[in-house]
Ligand binder design. Sequence first.
Ligand code: FAD
Length: 437
Amino acid sequence: MPKTLQSSNANQTIDAIVVGTGPGGATVAKTLAEAGQSVVMLEWGDAAPLRGELLQMARIAALPGKGAFVHADLSLVLRGITAGGSSAINFATMMAPPLPMFDQYGIDLRSHVLALRAQVPINTLPDYLLGPMAARIYAGARSAGLDWQKLEKFIHIDKCRASCHRCSYGCPFDAKWTAREFIDAAVSHGGEMLTGAKVGRVLHQDGRAQGVEYQKDGVSHKLYADKVVLAAGGIGSPRILQNSGFDRAGRNYFVDPVIAVMGAVDDLKSDSAGKEVPMAAGVHLPEQGITLSDLTLPGPMYQAFAAQVGRFDRLLAHQKTLSVMVKIKDDLGGTIGPKWINKSLSSDDRARLDTGTAMARDVLQAAGANKIFQSHHFAAHPGGGAKIGDLLDENLQTDVRGLYVCDGSVIPEPWGIAPSFTLMCLGHRLGGHLVSV
Ligand SMILES: Cc1cc2nc3c(=O)[nH]c(=O)nc-3n(C[C@H](O)[C@H](O)[C@H](O)COP(=O)(O)OP(=O)(O)OC[C@H]3O[C@@H](n4cnc5c(N)ncnc54)[C@H](O)[C@@H]3O)c2cc1C
């Protein structure tokens, strides 16, 4: 549980302010604090212990306009507003950064990949933690001819429990790695965190950052430092940039749309069916911009998918319904506004989703499923609203000196993979850079 600052002091000398504590921000803060820099993290959410409960998850990620946003095409975009950001409620899948993409922008992440692999638990699940539905989908995918493999997970295997369904509610056993571990590391090295602090804008003058303005308990405060790192996520940071005079922020973003394709099997006899680590195994097809995996979610989340598409006949079938996730790399587009976000799928995006859902149906059929249906698309990887090579240089700095961005916003091109590890690598690199300037 992170130590938290109760109030800010404008006279305090701070080396750096980090806004937001998701994978990007927490990694910068940890790296700075471990190097002896004084760092204050300003976090909009709270740091209440994760209890693995639906209600807490809903408060973190489902409040309209805070954690949940609806595009004009009725697709949903989710993010976590809490200490650790979306990592608190995400599916814990690790995918390595696409190194050649970053090389093109003068960013070599190789040493940071190695450094972070040594700091974070990254494992494939042993067979005893692979749920019965994931195992059934695995067999179906293999017989459908796909190179389905166990995925790497951010999980402390020794703490993870079989027949548990609480990863996506926020793991109460600290088995799932979240960015809260890095917040704790920053705090143990002298970093401070202020929760319930919503940053509105960056203070800057004559092209140099001076600090930030934030609201806490309905009162406006200012905190000063000449290094400010915005890490408020793919929606949060573009908004703060817009409020700070960066009109081009929040344009042409991506979300990595997802569809869940579901089908029933009648012969799955296991009490633990439906209580599994999601995304245990899958396949990533970079050429096609498609990722497929198992996606067994808790009953209420499954029911929301079924109800959303009018499949009330399937509401009670959670324990025998296999679910395959189809995630695509979407084209850049849309705008993040002050209170809304909006983006439509392109015709290529629709074609990728069609290809992916057809593959998922093949997997389900090969696994013996029937009564196959699919959800509307939704998304959980907003990014690209403050791109490297556009608003940011190779050190993630804006043209206001001392103002940096380090979260999903910085990703320069269409994406389509699990972003957390890449953002941690970028955070590690930025932390090291800030120590040296
Ligand atoms: C359901 C779900 C499943 C996912 N599964 C995976 C997965 O398996 N693997 C993976 O790699 N990724 C996954 N993701 C995505 C991943 O978690 C995010 O891409 C990642 O957390 C983004 O990190 P970030 O640093 O950009 O910021 P975020 O995690 O978005 O954190 C931003 C932080 O800023 C805070 N904040 C926002 N606005 C303000 C403000 N104005 N002032 C102060 N603080 C603010 C937020 O509270 C939050 O703490 C998933 C996401 C979701 C929602």
